[in-house]
Design a protein around this ligand. Structure first.
Ligand code: ADP
Ligand code: MG
Length: 449
């Protein structure tokens, strides 16, 4: 690599570290290597396929944005897997420790992130159900729901909730062995065991675990060998009434390529979803973050409100935006103002401008329910038009940065309390009405594609 590229790459790494924080950086980003740049394309290397998939799923937008600032001619970003001889060493936090009694090793997972506690988790309508479920599991003496399965989109707080349960359990009952594994670690361990022809020991290790948490299990699905092992481990732990907690990006019912036995097992306990955040939740999270970072002094309310309005995709991106403003402020001493935020976050804001608008939503929903577009703003209250209208309002709240009064205005000048009522109503209905939940999901996908 040329000196120039080395310098660029070092700067990219520094910024990733500053924006995503030490824990995320060390787990996922530190292992990335520079491979080549040319022809408008930047190629990076990852140690394993999982690391690659994970980084692409969670960090590619920002990674690309930052790289583009260093190499302005780069249009595309590509990550290749660079096979390292020892798969088992690619994931550093996994440590094995001999167990004192009856043979076998106790599995050690990744450390829990100290920031991911219940105290630091802001609750609002989009996540209150998952939060309540997590609390119940954390505070219970037995295993009320086994497994607890939390699902939702990227960056909405699944890992945070899972770690919060882990912290709580460990604090209440230090004797319990709580193990947190990314699905990548599960996979790496399992491949290691296969290679050493030692799947017995693999199973044994899990026996000593009281609470097993596996994050992002969608990455395990589609691999027959690990699915089987996962299923067996699951059954062994379930038989012993040990608590299991899983997360994924979809509900068990929606996971593709999953063995039917495993699907039904995963849905056995309690399945709880996290929805995309709404404006109030985003603002709450920003305020609490600014406070814990001791930076609420430099962070005008106007800027926080601006961020909550404009950065709507997920909480991780929201935090990233906040960290970027602070990093700029600390590095060049520029005061944080609205103009400064607009300038520093240019790329992020541009991306969010491209997202869905209210007119698209009204049009799609009207088509879907076969009603006239004019009925979105008409005063008619018949259920046949009122319900689709509520659906459209709900989608506007989820998918656009518009406030309740703004949404109300576009629906024939309705009051913001009407919009709020619609949002609550749909939130309530979708929990029990499967058809409605599917409609919402489908409309969302169509609108976002
Ligand atoms: P996921 O696992 O769903 O992709 P994470 O749990 O990693 O998402 O969350 C992404 C970031 O957003 C984390 O830093 C997390 O602390 C933060 N976050 C998400 N939801 C909340 C919330 N309700 N309150 C506070 N922080 C949150
Ligand atoms: Mg996660």
């Amino acid at each position: 690599m040329s000196d120039q590229n080395a310098l660029h790459w070092e700067r990219v790494r520094e910024r990733l570290r500053a924006e995503f924080g030490e824990a995320t950086f060390n787990t996922w980003l530190k292992g990335l290597t520079f491979v080549t740049v040319g022809g408008g394309r930047l190629t990076l290397g990852a140690g394993t396929r999982y690391a690659r998939e994970y980084v692409l799923a969670n960090y590619s937008d920002r990674l690309r944005g930052i790289c583009r600032e260093e190499w302005p001619t780069v249009l595309g970003l590509e990550i290749v897997v660079q096979n390292r001889p020892q798969v088992g060493q690619a994931v550093s936090p996994a440590i094995m420790r001999p167990r004192e009694n009856n043979g076998g090793d106790v599995i050690m997972g990744s450390p829990l992130d100290p920031r991911y506690t219940f105290e630091n988790f802001i609750v609002g309508p989009p996540n209150e159900f998952a939060h309540a479920a997590a609390r119940r599991v954390a505070e219970s003496q037995n295993t009320p729901y086994n497994p607890l399965f939390i699902y939702g989109g990227v960056g909405l707080g699944k890992t945070h909730l899972m770690h919060a349960i882990g912290w709580h359990l460990q604090r209440q009952r230090p004797d319990r062995k709580v193990v947190y594994l990314s699905s990548e670690q599960f996979f790496v361990r399992f491949v290691g065991a296969l290679r050493n022809k030692d799947t017995m020991a693999f199973k044994q290790q899990f026996r000593a675990v009281d609470v097993l948490m596996v994050d992002d299990v969608q990455f395990l699905i589609g691999k027959e060998s690990t699915q089987d092992e996962f299923y067996n481990t699951f059954n062994a732990l379930a038989d012993q009434n040990k608590q299991m907690i899983f997360t994924a990006d979809k509900s068990p019912a929606d996971l593709d390529k999953i063995d039917e036995r495993l699907r039904s097992r995963l849905g056995w306990g309690l399945v709880a979803d996290i929805h995309p955040s709404d404006y109030e939740l985003r603002l709450g999270i920003l305020q609490s973050k600014a406070l814990t970072m001791g930076s609420s002094g430099q962070m005008p309310d106007k800027v926080l409100e601006f961020l909550a309005h404009r950065v709507t995709s997920n909480v991780r991106e929201l935090e990233g935006a906040l960290n970027r403003l602070l990093a700029h402020h600390n590095l060049v001493g520029r005061p944080i103002t609205l103009e400064m935020a607009q300038d520093v976050l240019r790329d992020l804001l541009r991306a969010s401008d491209r997202r869905v608008n209210i007119e698209d939503i009204q049009k799609r929903v009207a088509e879907h329910y076969n009603i006239r577009l004019a009925d979105m703003s008409s005063p008619r209250r018949a259920r046949a038009v009122a319900r689709p209208r509520q659906v459209a309002m709900w989608l506007c709240k989820q998918l656009t940065p518009r406030s309740l009064p703004e949404i109300g205005r576009k629906f024939g000048g309705r009051d913001h309390t009407t919009v709020m009522h619609a949002v609550r109503k749909i939130d309530e209905l979708r929990r029990t009405d499967k058809t409605l939940a599917e409609d919402l999901e489908m409309l969302r996908r169509m609108l976002e594609s």
